[in-house]
Design a protein. Structure first.
Length: 680
């Protein structure tokens, strides 16, 4: 038994912040560590200029305390401090001093408030007479996480004047937090500056969406993260004083695969209005006020991808945060587009004005990419839906890419703090995955054979239907579920849970174990609609996904039961809003949007698959409305695959009297001119 759960969304080239972005940040005008008008003040704001004998003020206005002022934090057997004279090549004084450790040293911090914290480590291999810091090899660990393993600054930059910042986001659960600098044998560790700064709880939610297969991903607060890329798509560099949390956002041009396919667009930041549930702490208005859209291809129906490549480490999972804000549309519901990550569908048919509630309203999506889907380059793409749905365009406003800690709580390498190892490289993981898939295939085949032998024979020749062999839609799955769970969810099919009655049987409202509300349609053995309609409904909806079609979440085919589980449509049938239910009248705009949405769903049925599909029972009862009054076509039990390339399609008349076209009823033939969107 399974059900599909409802999805619940720095160092810059791969291991380090780009020097250009960091130097621009450090040489910018004075600003506080927290952006303007955010209302967020970090409970902990510990800034240490390591190796310095006096406090230092950075160009952005922050004050880093000296070693003497922070002596209570450190436990070290050696006390090697080095410094360098001011240089035009080094913009900030925190890189003019460093502390060197020949043996393990520990910084211990008492935090005012546990929770999410930025941990930023600053490095510059200063020339000195104590140790060649370009040869220093060391690890940096917390009590739980490995931040750096056998790290050597020349692995990333072969420039003695190259500054390097490593940025991490760690959920610290205790009041005590430690950083250990552990040099390799006969080597040394060093550090120029340390930041331990509180981050808002809203920055990382508990859940996101897995890329493939598409499903909810929970427990994001159980991981530590390394910031790898923070990109302002279509816009300029954003320095800390213009960010709500003192972050740096770099332009996207170096990552664009083909700049000729993208066009930068912008609006005034004051035009950006945050909807309920989205805080400016996620990203400032300046990120959402710029975007890249599809360039003009001088064609009627442009159909291409705008692509960004980000060099990555394929041995880790990544959290991808995509930022969107519709600053290009002139009206609601005119922009529908798809988003892909590494060739997989990340978001299908994104309608920003619906999910954000308005134009120029920010929206973001967190997507977890499993390491098995990673390559040395992470590819993000946007493209139009390819359907007749609004203006063919696609946009992206911002991208954040965060590396996630692995199974042994490491962000660098395969070894954990306690010496545990992941135990396998990439090839080992692929081999293991292959074994698991092969084993699963044998188990599944055995289950199929067993179930075939045990299949019911009693109700309307049910042996003609093998539900576990139905086609599965790529990226979304329809699963079998058990009657027992559905009995619990519907309070044993209690009459008070009935929200509708149709030709197939009663429809119940139910709540699944994960809290998802669903509509449960239970077949009536005395109904004229039986196994054929049940079959058709599952076969159709298992291969269809569209924002204007009701989604099938699961089904039950056991113990002589035929039960279908759908997404819950809180505003019920369109018919109820037109007459008979004493509901508040719909505005003409709402009625028009419902009609347009229904037409888009039908158009997708006719043109969106290899063979066209005719519904054959379109009526106001079978147009359902969700909580935002978005229309979705429902009830596919009478649907039929057709090929409209012929002069006509002969078909038995199906549907409800009063909604049938007279010529179709008389001739029993459908042509391109008499598809159902013209029959109703």
């Amino acid at each position: 038994m399974e059900t599909r759960k409802k999805p619940n969304t720095c160092t810059f080239p791969i291991f380090d912040i780009s020097s250009m972005a960091l130097l621009l940040f450090l040489s910018g005008p004075a600003a506080s560590a927290v952006g303007p008008a955010t209302g967020f003040k970090p409970a902990d704001d510990i800034l240490i200029d390591c190796g310095s004998k006096s406090s230092s003020k950075t160009p952005d206005g922050r004050v880093f305390n000296s070693d003497q002022d922070t002596v209570q934090y450190i436990e070290a057997k050696d006390d090697i401090q080095v410094s360098a004279p001011p240089s035009d090549k080094v913009a900030s004084p925190i890189y003019l001093t460093a502390r060197i450790f020949r043996e393990e040293a520990i910084y211990k911090f008492h935090l005012t408030r546990p929770g999410w914290h930025w941990v930023r480590l600053h490095f510059l291999a200063l020339a000195n007479d104590k140790f060649d810091l370009q040869q220093a090899t060391f690890s940096v660990l917390t009590e739980k996480y490995v931040l750096l393993h056998n790290f050597k600054i020349t692995n990333n930059k072969n420039d003695s004047q190259a500054v390097l910042q490593k940025e991490y986001l760690v959920n610290i659960t205790d009041a005590q937090f430690s950083l250990r600098f552990r040099p390799m044998k006969s080597s040394a560790a060093f550090i120029n500056a340390i930041e331990i700064v509180s981050a808002p709880d809203e920055l990382i939610s508990e859940s996101g969406t897995a890329l493939f297969p598409v499903k909810g991903f929970s427990g994001l607060s159980d991981y530590a993260y390394q910031s790898v890329y923070r990109v302002n798509v279509g816009g300029p560099l954003i320095v800390p004083q213009n960010d709500t949390l003192g972050r740096t956002w770099i332009p996207d041009k170096e990552f664009l695969k083909d700049e000729n396919l993208a066009k930068d667009v912008k609006t005034t930041p004051s035009a950006i209005k945050y909807p309920p549930g989205v805080t400016p702490l996620i990203a400032p208005q300046t990120v959402y006020a710029t975007a890249a859209e599809m360039a003009d291809s001088h064609t009627i129906a442009p159909n291409f991808n705008v692509s960004w490549n980000f060099p990555s480490n394929p041995a880790f999972n990544y959290l991808i945060r995509l930022h969107f804000c519709d600053i290009v549309s002139k009206s609601l519901n005119d922009l529908y587009f798809n988003v892909y990550i590494n060739g997989k569908t990340a978001i299908s048919g994104l309608d920003l004005s619906t999910v954000a509630g308005d134009l120029a309203a920010p929206y973001y999506k967190d997507i977890v990419v499993n390491e098995t889907l990673m390559t040395p380059e992470l590819l993000v793409q946007i493209s139009p839906m390819g359907e007749d749905t609004g203006t063919p365009n696609a946009i992206l406003n911002g991208v954040e890419i965060l590396k996630m800690s692995n199974s042994v709580n490491s962000l660098d390498g395969e070894f954990g703090v306690d010496g545990r190892t992941t135990g396998m490289g990439k090839h080992g993981m692929v081999a293991t995955a292959g074994f698991v898939m092969m084993f699963g295939a044998f188990v599944g085949l055995g289950a199929m054979v067993y179930k075939w032998k045990k299949r019911p024979q009693d109700w309307q020749k049910r042996n003609s239907f093998s539900s576990w062999l139905l086609p599965i839609h790529a990226g979304d799955s329809t699963f079998m579920t058990s009657k027992g769970e559905l009995q619990d969810a519907t309070q044993n099919f209690e009459a008070s849970q009935i929200i509708g009655v149709g030709g197939f049987g009663n429809v119940y409202i139910a709540t699944l174990d994960d809290g998802t509300k669903v509509a449960v349609k239970r077949g009536n053995p005395q109904s004229e609609q039986g196994i054929t309609e049940f079959e058709t409904e599952i076969q159709m909806l298992s291969k269809l996904r569209h924002r204007h079609l009701v989604s099938l979440i699961g089904y039950c085919d056991e113990n002589s039961e035929m039960i279908l589980v759908y997404e819950f449509m809180s505003n019920g049938p369109f018919r109820d809003h037109l007459y008979g239910k004493n509901l508040a009248p719909l505005t003409w705009k709402q009625r028009l949007e419902i009609c347009i949405g229904s037409a888009r769903g039908l158009h997708y049925l006719h043109t969106g698959t290899a063979q066209g599909i005719i519904h054959r029972d379109v009526k106001s009862t079978n147009i359902l409305l969700d909580d935002a009054l978005v229309a979705k076509v429902a009830d596919f039990g009478l649907s039929k695959d057709v090929e409209f390339g012929q002069n006509h399609v002969s078909t038995a008349v199906k549907g409800s009297f009063g909604y049938l076209d007279p010529e179709y009823f008389r001739r029993q033939q459908l042509t391109d001119n008499y598809q159902e969107n013209r029959l109703t």
